[in-house]
Write a protein that binds this ligand. Structure first.
Ligand SMILES: [Zn+2]
Length: 356
């Protein structure tokens, strides 16, 4: 097999994103970095070290749709004529990037309101979404791959496997003979992956269970005989089963901390987040902490340790409150205004964004 070369592009907050160059036929990039001058310069420098130029790239495959993995696809394809191959979900997102990310943004605003984030905090955190808009670009996919398909890239055969959870479009690209997988942000060595809660193609009428889905995807990956995972950020992972075990233990600890917070009384997700992170973190990253807390609350709801009730506070969707199950049963006030876990924020049959 020909060599695999790691090129790191700068990225605010997290430091860098990995672009993987697969030497061999066709000359391939897995992920691209964000659409920024600094990332493009880093890519060009990395290719130059290999005696290559952007114009030489023949194939680009993103691991998922996030801007730091796809932002330069359109630029690279325009300069090189490279073909783009992507999992069907990532292809669909790329074709409608502006509309889809705008829908994610407006959904997140409703989600934050519904889960107790004050409006001024929502307003002051809009830079998160401005950054996504400014460093992403729609991309066209020439070869749309289905879960399980095999594609020739960089002199090897890669099998694409859907692993939704971190995003709805996550995929692994697996080189089975060498037991090596390109995993994007599905499993990272240094940090736990987030699981974004965004509109889904076919709403079920309940909140998208991104965290639950993520853990299911992690279990599937842990069952695979892999020797090396090349990640989207930071170091490679050699012992993926050990790391998955550690990530599961972290989930159990966080669930336990949420139960401890709820022992003091019912709370909404943002109120719980205030107990788990610094004032600065919850003020600057409200959508991330709401995704994190809600994902863990979904695990606790599935275990019947927690109950969720939507209380009408005069706002459009009301506010979602969470009780310890035993407290909800003994507290008669809790049943006043109780509603099922399903709220009108997650209607069946239409995208929440289309309610706007
Ligand atoms: Zn990502």
């Amino acid at each position: 097999m020909e060599r695999t070369v790691q090129i790191q592009a700068p990225l605010p907050h997290i430091g860098s994103v990995n672009i993987w160059l697969l030497r061999g036929d066709p000359l391939t990039l897995i992920d691209t970095g964000p659409r920024s001058d600094a990332a493009l310069a880093a890519l060009e420098a990395g290719l130059r070290r290999e005696g290559l130029r952007v114009e030489d790239i023949e194939l680009v495959i993103p691991t998922h749709h996030h801007l730091d993995h796809t932002g330069l696809i359109a630029t690279i394809a325009a300069r090189s004529g490279a073909r783009v191959a992507a999992l069907d979900r990532a292809a669909e997102y790329g074709a409608h990037y502006v509309e889809r990310s705008a829908a994610d943004r407006s959904f997140s605003r409703e989600l934050m309101l519904h889960h107790g984030v004050p409006e001024p905090v929502i307003e002051s955190s809009q830079g998160f979404w401005d950054y996504i808009r400014d460093t992403s670009e729609a991309y066209r996919t020439d070869r749309v791959l289905s879960d399980g398909d095999v594609i020739t890239a960089g002199g090897r055969e890669l099998r694409i496997l859907a692993r939704p959870g971190h995003s709805t479009t996550d995929a692994l690209l697996v080189d089975e003979p060498s037991a090596t997988a390109f995993v994007g942000d599905h499993l990272l060595a240094g940090i736990s992956s987030n699981a974004e809660i965004v509109p889904v193609a076919e709403p079920t009428g309940s909140r998208p269970q991104a965290r639950t889905q993520y853990l299911d995807s992690l279990k599937r990956t842990a069952s695979m005989p892999l020797g090396l995972l090349l990640t989207g950020h930071g170091d490679a992972v050699a012992d993926h089963r050990g790391l998955v075990r550690r990530r599961f233990a972290e989930h159990r600890r966080r669930c336990q901390r949420i139960l401890t917070v709820l022992e003091e009384g019912p709370a909404h997700a943002y109120g719980i987040a205030r107990h788990l992170w610094s004032a600065r973190t919850v003020a600057e990253q409200p959508v991330l902490v709401v995704w994190e807390v809600l994902g863990h609350l979904d695990l606790l709801l599935d275990e019947a340790k927690v109950t969720e009730q939507i209380l009408d506070d005069g706002s459009r969707y009301g506010k979602a409150w969470f009780w310890l199950r035993e407290q909800a049963a003994s507290d008669s006030e809790a049943s006043n205004g109780a509603a099922p876990r399903t709220s009108i924020l997650y209607p069946g049959g239409q995208r929440p964004a289309e309610l706007e």
